[in-house]
Design a protein around this ligand. Structure first.
Ligand SMILES: [Zn+2]
Length: 333
């Protein structure tokens, strides 16, 4: 509802209506003896919607992690996780900055030493906001906007390299790209005269809540984070006119922009797994294959509708669906 208000005030009535109606009904299916799974819902699929951001991110992590698993299994690939940055920009220049980032990435990947060492890649745009600074006005006691630190657009990148990439031979032959090589290559690609920040990590398995993620899952989680964070405009401490401005800046900058892309080994694997459509895949209902319920099993269907007055989902109907198999049988017999 907060995003609905912000979209209205920012001059996007159509987006406002879509986000207001996001997930107003949820239909769950429970196979006999199984767990309740989401089967149908009306998600708005807008890039700034907190509900849809979360589901899309989960879906992307799952897909990307399978792509990395495949590349690891087929090529014995090792993965390097890079964050490539540029200087902060203001809202007016955000769109141009994203354009510059993606073009710079293409130039970076085509540079001969990079193309020789890197066998596959995934890149994803992320925008974070520099903290706004406020100070308290002595006379009125109100918070007054002082300085805008702008937006911080950057790329999260996964590079796939050959198994011997970290070996002594590879370092000797110049196949291994060290930190200063990468900074210099990225500076050239960005066509700037400052040294941009480049962070490098190798993907390592992460331990969380007792379980152990595979290295590829850990890397996927880092890289497939959603391009923006909803707490940057849905924040009770943020003055509303500022939040409206941010929603407008993000909406304009992200419009029709491809935020994620694959290359080389990763592109081949993504195509093979039908996972190369991380953004335009409209299905936010089935966030992993575990959630897909075969239609030929007997199902209990429960439908919940959102009641604005009650501020909660209310069970609207409960029925046992006719299994499709039986339906077909009835027709032919
Ligand atoms: Zn939504």
């Amino acid at each position: 509802m907060k995003l609905y208000e912000l979209y209205e005030k920012a001059g996007y009535p159509e987006y406002a209506a879509r986000t207001r109606d996001c997930a107003t009904f949820l239909e769950f299916a429970t196979p006999e003896g199984g767990e309740r799974k989401l089967r149908t819902a009306n998600f708005c699929k807008l890039r700034l919607c907190p509900m849809c951001i979360g589901r899309r991110a989960r879906q992307n992590v799952w897909k990307l992690s399978r792509v990395l698993d495949m590349v690891e299994a087929e090529h014995g690939a090792k993965f390097i996780f890079l964050t490539l940055t540029m200087q902060n920009v203001d809202g007016e220049h955000l769109s141009a900055a994203l354009e510059q980032l993606t073009k710079a990435w293409d130039r970076f990947a085509r540079q001969r030493p990079v193309a020789r060492s890197v066998k596959g890649w995934f890149r994803s745009i992320e925008i974070t906001r520099g903290d706004d600074r406020y100070h308290k006005d002595r006379k009125t006691g109100r918070m007054v906007f002082k300085a805008d630190n702008g937006y911080h657009p950057h790329l999260h990148v996964i590079l796939a390299v050959e198994p011997d990439y970290f070996s002594r031979e590879s370092r000797k032959s110049g196949k291994y790209l060290n930190q200063s090589d990468l900074v210099e290559r990225w500076r050239k690609a960005l066509r700037v005269d400052y040294a941009p920040s480049v962070q490098i990590e190798t993907a390592k398995a992460k331990r969380k809540g007792g379980g152990v993620d595979s290295a590829s899952l850990a890397a996927a989680k880092e890289a497939a984070k959603y391009p923006i964070k909803d707490e940057e405009y849905i924040d009770p401490d943020l003055p509303e006119d500022r939040a409206v401005e941010i929603v407008r800046d993000y909406t304009e900058a992200l419009r029709k922009r491809r935020l994620m892309a694959f290359g080389g080994w990763l592109k081949d694997a993504a195509r093979a797994l039908d996972a190369d459509n991380l953004e335009d895949d409209g299905d936010l209902v089935h966030v992993s294959d575990d959630d897909v319920i075969r239609d030929d099993v007997k199902l209990l269907i429960e439908r919940f509708d959102w009641h604005f007055g009650a501020g909660d989902y209310i069970l609207a109907s409960r029925e046992i669906s006719v299994p499709l198999k039986d339906m077909r049988k009835e027709k032919t017999e």
